[in-house]
Design a binder for this molecule. Structure first.
Ligand SMILES: Cc1ncc(COP(=O)(O)O)c(C=O)c1O
Length: 397
């Protein structure tokens, strides 16, 4: 029956992570997978998350199915987190939110919804983008194109990006990273977002935002600038957001998809069709992660504790950027590593070539993605100098 089934090539980053686990060299360093590690190279459990879980356990809550759209307290907490308290778009009922299986599930539900209800010629993603964007949309039979994004000097080639997007047919879908671009770490400035939003309105494009790293750039509210500015400008759009990184809930698979509509009646219909999309696939989302999020965001003390832990994670990432930049600049004073300081969030594009990436892994037990992306939280005080030594030795080969 299954003789014809082709082997699956695997996910490059997951395979790398597995190879790292098998590597027996004691000095190995994992800069590949996008998971936050603390100073001791461990994934922390945030205190607010632990407290929320204790409360849930004590309450001995039964575990019925959630509605297709997810739990009401979670959905409303997500809207406040994304749009801020008392945003007109939420207050007027024109935003709908469903709880999804990670933000991957949110992107997928959004893709399915668009395929069914939106006549468009394809989705445009940044070049480069998170690897899975392409396959999530292509598997929903949506054509995927790219727009220029990354400038090898370490930032965004904004003029080329605008020039490309300006030529798209009206109703084209444009996938945008709301903050902490994966894989490059290069983000738009506030002024560039404002210019882009005006162009999106003029050209009648439909933005699909992906916000997997809220809080890792400058803070929970600052990182939501694009979301709130689009809503304020009256642009209809979709946004998938994640709690994997921001609350350390990776394996709980907890995210959301929100759609900002023109009015409350449209929103009601859109919500109905999103529920139908979910019903056709997994019927209803898992409950536990969403209840942790609802507890943390709904209790002022837990929320404070969460934001404080988030600040600690962000500050540690920034400190490691500064340490790596200093260590590399000291070893190679003529080279420019300032991109490390300008890029934001968990990732940095180093410009290392695939052969150099292979060499770092084989000769120095340092694992990074073939594109040259490094996951900064994999660095700590114990390994940053050795990583700088190895990168410089590799660059000078
Ligand atoms: C840009 C981007 N979007 C979406 C996701 C998926 O996150 P989740 O764990 O919520 O499915 C990731 C995960 O790495 C990501 O980097």
């Amino acid at each position: 029956m299954f003789q014809h089934v082709a082997p699956f090539a695997g996910d490059h980053i997951v395979s790398l992570n597995e190879a790292f686990q098998r590597d027996t060299r004691p000095h190995k360093v994992n800069l590949s997978i996008g998971i936050y590690a603390d100073e001791n190279a461990r994934l922390p459990t945030l205190d607010a998350v632990h407290q929320a879980e204790l409360r849930l356990a004590t309450a001995r809550m039964a575990k019925p199915y959630l509605p297709m759209e997810g739990a009401t307290n979670f959905r409303s907490a997500v809207q406040t987190l994304l749009f801020g308290a008392r945003h007109e778009a939420v207050a007027s009922g024109r935003v709908v939110t469903i709880q999804t299986v990670g933000s991957s599930g949110g992107l997928k539900a959004g893709a399915e919804f668009l395929r069914r209800w939106f006549a468009f010629s394809g989705v445009w993603i940044s070049d480069p983008s998170w690897d899975n964007h392409r396959s999530l949309f292509e598997s929903s039979r949506i054509t995927v194109h790219t727009y220029p994004y990354y400038d090898p000097a370490g930032g965004v080639c904004f003029d080329a990006m605008l020039e490309c997007l300006r030529t798209l047919p009206p109703r084209s879908v444009v996938l945008l990273h709301a903050c902490c671009h994966n894989p490059t770490g290069a983000d738009l400035s506030t002024a560039q977002w404002i210019t882009l939003i005006t162009m999106i309105q003029e050209r009648q494009l439909l933005p699909f935002l992906d916000m997997a790293y809220q809080g890792f750039g400058d803070g929970v509210d600052t990182d939501a600038f694009a979301v709130r500015a689009l809503a304020r400008a009256g642009v209809p759009f979709l946004i998938a957001n994640s709690f994997s990184k921001s609350m350390g809930l990776y394996g709980e698979r907890c995210g959301a998809l929100s759609v900002v509509c023109t009015d409350a009646q449209q929103a009601e219909h859109v919500l109905g069709q999103l529920k139908f999309t979910v019903r056709q696939s997994y019927f209803s989302p898992p409950a536990h992660g969403g209840q942790i999020v609802a507890q943390v965001l709904g209790d002022p003390l837990l929320r404070l504790s969460w934001e404080s832990d988030l600040n600690t994670m962000r500050d540690r990432i920034r400190a490691m950027r500064v340490r790596l930049h200093a260590a590399l600049s000291q070893r190679m004073p003529d080279a420019d590593f300032s991109f490390l300081l300008r890029q934001r969030g968990m990732f940095s594009y180093t410009g290392l070539q695939p052969s150099q990436v292979d060499h770092l892994r084989d000769a120095h037990a340092i694992y990074l993605v073939h594109s040259g992306r490094i996951c900064i939280p994999g660095l700590n005080a114990n390994n940053v100098d050795a990583v700088a030594d190895a990168i410089c030795a590799t660059l000078l080969l």
